[in-house]
Design a protein around this ligand. Structure first.
Ligand code: IPM
Ligand code: MN
Length: 352
């Protein structure tokens, strides 16, 4: 029997509730496919910070690095100033574990839940490969003359050849393996960000021409990308982009696939520890009400199994989610599903 160690961080707000359902479904998959999943919970998040005044213990990263995978609920607490937990926990883990890819599939399961007119599941099925360790997220920059009329605030976008290249290579490989349209679109802003996206574009074409001649290379500015997401989402197969643009376009991506309730992602270090999460936030106003949609967390669990090489159980979870979405749910939004959080978890586990 194959056995995997899984670190679990429920985190803040509705995080623990949705993670409970994800674990329920992972356990159902484990029973069916004869796997053993060994969970270890970590209490990182806003409550722990408020209690101990420590964002992350020094041992956190080295402890988590012992696991191949982490399942994360949500980080963000209404009583903690924005930025402290996000930078101190989520971004720190992404950076220190070198999870340099943020993989975010955008797939519509049922046209009833798509806000776009005349678009269905065959039109909305693409994947965003977001660079996850560089760009505007490194914290590089600073203030001078803070609080004076001369104040200067600088926030720098860091793009290294190594960081850009490893992200592009991952995206090319992913496009090849996915084997759908075999098209990779670079999403950038070469007309304004003439340093950062000059590097991205040169590396994209160099690497593509030399090592991936079977992959069609395409380019779209980020503003146009958001327009195409609404007008012609069927044009996309795989999109590769920097950290900030990837953050922004995947919220729009989530909406066209049915909302934050269904959108999952993986922070991936192909050679190390990867961390899977629903991409929506901690939704404080729904906390403890048993109304939040757990499907994004359940789909994050499927991505986690897929990453471990358990493609069959991963596909089985996704198929169970599709069936429940299409045959049972009234809506994908919190409180409107026609079922509670725990009932949706039960439905997926039973269907599996
Ligand atoms: C996301 C989130 C994070 C990000 C925040 C919470 C730091 O929006 O995962 O998309 O900007 O990456
Ligand atoms: Mn985001």
């Amino acid at each position: 029997m194959k056995s995997y160690d899984v670190a679990v961080i429920g985190g803040d707000g509705t995080g623990p509730e949705v993670i409970k359902e994800a674990v329920k479904v992972l356990d159902a998959a484990a029973r069916k496919f004869k796997l053993k999943l060994n969970y270890t919970s970590f209490d990182f998040g806003g409550e722990r910070y408020l209690r101990t005044k420590e964002v992350l213990p020094d041992s956190a990263v080295s402890d988590l690095k012992k696991f191949p995978v982490i399942l994360l609920g949500a980080i963000g607490h209404p009583d903690v100033k924005p930025g402290i937990l996000e930078k101190g926990i989520l971004l720190r883990l992404r950076f220190e574990m070198e999870q340099y890819i943020n993989l975010r599939p955008v797939k519509l399961y049922d046209e009833r839940f798509c806000p776009l007119k005349d678009k269905g599941p065959k039109d909305i099925d693409f994947v965003v490969v977001r660079e996850n360790n560089e760009g505007l997220y490194t914290g590089s920059g600073g203030f001078t003359f803070k609080g004076t009329p001369h104040e200067v605030a600088i926030q720098e976008s860091v793009n290294t050849r190594r960081g850009v290249e490893r992200c592009l290579r991952y995206a090319f490989e992913y496009t090849r393996k996915r084997n759908k349209a075999k098209k990779l679109t670079l999403c950038g802003k070469t007309n304004v960000l003439t340093f950062a996206f000059d590097l991205w574009e040169r590396a994209f074409h160099e690497i593509g021409a030399k090592d991936y001649p079977d992959i069609t290379r395409d380019y779209a500015h980020v503003d146009a990308t958001t327009m195409w997401f609404v007008k012609n989402p069927e044009w996309f197969d795989v999109i590769v982009t920097d950290n900030m643009f990837g953050d922004i376009i995947t919220d729009l991506g989530a909406m066209i696939q049915g909302g934050m309730g269904i959108a999952a992602g993986g922070n991936i270090n192909p050679e190390g520890t990867s961390m899977f999460e629903p991409i929506g936030g901690s939704a404080p106003k729904y906390t403890g009400k048993n109304v939040i949609n757990p499907l994004a967390a359940i789909c994050a669990g499927a991505m986690l199994l897929d990453y471990l090489g358990e493609t069959q159980p991963a596909a089985a979870i996704e198929n169970a989610v599709i069936k429940v979405v299409r045959e049972k749910l009234k809506s994908l939004a919190a409180g409107k599903m026609g079922y509670s959080t725990t009932e949706v978890g039960d439905l997926v586990a039973e269907t599996l």
